[in-house]
Design a binder for this molecule. Structure first.
Ligand SMILES: [Zn+2]
Length: 89
């Protein structure tokens, strides 16, 4: 049997509990439109080489944190109300 508890206050919750809520939080990089201008093929190759070098030196977890993260929380009814009132609490 799967046990649930509120991730905010620790209250025990049942799987089909009508007082159990799920909150999801997504954090991702805001992107603005990319300015695409024609470049020489050798400039593109040099730029790609630099990006690859940067990625090889970077920490994979840091790259993931900077691009997209998703969290899922179980909440009791009281904590649901608190989160709705002040999401970043
Ligand atoms: Zn709670």
């Amino acid at each position: 049997m799967i046990r649930y508890e509120c991730d905010k206050c620790g209250a025990e919750l049942q799987a089909n509990d009508h007082q159990r809520y799920i909150a999801k939080l997504e954090i991702f990089a805001a992107a603005s439109p990319i300015d695409i201008t024609p470049v020489r093929p050798e400039d593109t190759s040099r730029a790609l080489d630099e990006v690859i070098k940067q990625l090889q030196r970077a920490n994979p977890d840091d790259i993931e944190d900077r691009t997209y993260r998703c969290f899922r929380f179980d909440l009791c009814d009281a904590c649901r109300k608190k989160v709705i009132d002040k999401p970043l609490g």
